[in-house]
Ligand binder design. Structure first.
Ligand SMILES: NC(=O)C1=CN([C@@H]2O[C@H](COP(=O)(O)OP(=O)(O)OC[C@H]3O[C@@H](n4cnc5c(N)ncnc54)[C@H](O)[C@@H]3O)[C@@H](O)[C@H]2O)[C@@H](O)CC1
Ligand SMILES: [K+]
Length: 514
């Protein structure tokens, strides 16, 4: 499990370490610069020209210090400054004085035009970036972008990427390696920042772990972000030897509509592959035969759309019985948009007292009939993609994209539910402010049916005993791991959602304790 911090949190950690613990700011900076210099040395030869392009804040000061270290080791290092050097931070002024005392020239960035650069140290902005990049800064960064250095090392975060949201603030510089300090920044865990960062190295510069606790919950009102790694797969419960199919939970999947049964099939398959003991598909009568053929392991229960509208009370009773049977429910894949879907959603939400994972058309029904949110309980997990989230909150997709974590946290907090907001780096927000950013998976998973598999995985994990929020976090991670396994076998372009489901077992097999 790794911690992710926002820019504000990181600044508070800096301030606490310096002011309360008493580690001098320059000591932290010297360590930071050593890691940056080391990353440069891994690729630069003594004959290669290295540029350190530095803003006048502390990110720039890191850059100046790293350049000085490389200069002392005999590398051809040029120092360029963007912004007014006389108005730099105290650390920037101190680092500049040291560099000059050692005979280094600090030149305005405009003088770089016409010179060569093999390795670029990007130290224009760090986590202090707070507004779009314009004017001189933009001109400088455009010049750097056009220069196409063979290798770019970003200091802390690629300049131009927002430390909290990963958004490009007007423009940003692409890095091959980002050397970051203390903890990984939210802005390089989320896209597009993640695509700009290259390989992220988290380097220890002496922040004590206690700094994390000391500044927790400051400003934002919620804690740190987290992301899983391989070793966290061991959080998935064991399968006890003395057990039967009832031990591993019963999943009910309310999904599919006339001529649409693929989503229901994929969700059910994934729930079984994740370990559920019994999976029942609740769908329209037209789907019975094909689903029975595709997945004979599943129990099939059906209804007709007429039955639903005409005999509502009868229908409600049937739904209540199904809900009593289930340990976990999936609601939505492929349900379509017929008027009866609203009633189906209402009846399930009012009679289910177990975790309910709502996806796709289930969410669309809720977006179209907002009164349905009044039935939300803490058992609910919603799994919207960006478009579904935009519909749920009545915003544009772009607005959701600009602040994925904010949108997910706000919605989860407002209704006291778990919100899985699906994107290339999926975000999960819990009712109490848990914030997870996923690090597994790949673009091969961007295909129809992938979301249906995710609902099945989360349901499967809940069925084998994980608490709903944990099942959502782990489900997202495991889904990505299955995608990595499947793409490795089948290839990035050819992967199908069913391959993803079939690779869940291999992904789970990498559990440390197996
Ligand atoms: N002692 C410390 O405080 C440490 C700081 N560290 C470095 O310090 C960085 C943070 O430094 P700063 O807080 O000084 O901030 P930055 O160096 O990231 O940015 C400098 C300043 O630019 C201004 N600014 C923001 N957006 C702008 C825009 N669009 N156009 C023009 N100016 C803009 C802001 O006033 C900001 O304070 C970290 O990313 C890290 O690299 C590390 O050396 C670790 C230790
Ligand atoms: K930077």
């Amino acid at each position: 499990m790794r911690t992710l911090v926002t820019a504000k949190q990181m600044k508070a950690i800096d301030a606490y370490t310096i002011n309360t613990i008493g580690v001098p700011s320059m000591v932290l900076m010297e360590r930071a610069a050593m890691w940056v210099a080391r990353a440069v040395e891994e690729t630069a030869g003594k004959a290669d020209v290295i540029w350190a392009v530095c803003g006048t804040g502390n990110n720039g000061a890191d850059g100046v210090a790293a350049a000085r270290m490389l200069h002392l080791k005999g590398y051809k290092t040029s120092l360029f400054v963007v912004g007014d050097p006389d108005r730099g931070t105290a650390e920037f002024l101190a680092q500049s004085a040291i560099a000059r005392n050692l005979g280094m020239q600090m030149r305005p960035w405009q003088e770089a035009a016409g010179e060569d650069c093999v390795v670029l140290i990007d130290a224009v902005f760090g986590v202090g970036l707070s507004r779009p990049i314009e004017g001189e800064y933009r001109q400088c960064m455009e010049m750097l972008e056009a220069r196409h250095a063979a290798h770019t090392v970003a200091v802390d975060i690629p300049s131009g990427i927002h430390g909290d949201t990963g958004q490009v603030m007007g423009m940003a510089l692409k890095a091959d390696v980002t050397v970051t300090f203390g903890w990984e920044k939210m802005g390089t865990a989320l896209y597009p920042g993640r695509a700009y960062a290259g390989t992220v190295r988290v380097c220890d510069i002496g922040f004590p772990e206690s700094a994390l606790d000391a500044v927790r919950d400051q400003e934002e009102g919620y804690g740190y972000g987290l992301t899983y790694e391989s070793s966290d797969l061991c959080l998935i419960p064991d399968r006890p030897a003395y057990s039967n199919k009832g031990t591993f939970g019963k999943v009910l999947i309310a999904a599919g509509s006339k001529n649409m049964c693929g989503a229901a099939y994929l969700s059910a398959l994934a729930a079984y592959r994740t370990g559920a003991g019994l999976v029942k598909l609740l769908t329209v009568e037209e789907n019975r035969q094909i689903l029975q053929e595709r997945l004979p392991e599943a129990i099939i229960a059906t209804y007709t759309s007429d039955q639903l509208i005409q005999g509502r009370e009868e229908f409600k009773k049937m739904i209540e019985e199904q809900m009593n049977w289930a340990d976990v429910v999936v609601l939505g894949p492929g349900l379509g948009s017929e008027p009866y879907v609203e009633y189906l959603v209402e009846d399930i939400l009012t009679s289910a007292f177990v975790p309910v994972i709502i996806d796709a058309d289930g969410l669309n029904a809720i977006a179209g009939h907002p009164y349905l949110t009044t039935y939300f309980t803490e058992n609910i997990i919603i799994t919207p993609h960006l478009g579904e989230m935009a519909r749920l909150i009545g915003e544009s997709i772009d607005a959701v994209k600009e602040n994925l974590t904010g949108a997910a946290l706000e919605y989860a907090g407002r209704y006291g539910i778990t919100c899985v907001l699906k994107d290339a780096a999926t975000v999960v927000a819990g009712k109490d402010g848990t914030l997870y950013v996923n690090s597994s998976g790949n673009s091969a998973m961007a295909k129809a049916g992938s979301g249906d598999v995710l609902t099945g995985i989360i349901a499967g994990l809940a069925a084998i005993g994980m608490e709903e929020e944990q099942a959502a976090l782990m489900g997202v991670y495991l889904h990505g791991r299955a995608g990595e396994q499947a793409a490795g076998k089948i290839g990035q372009h050819s992967l199908l959602a069913s391959d993803l489901a079939d690779c869940i077992g291999a992904a789970m097999k990498s559990v440390a304790h197996e």
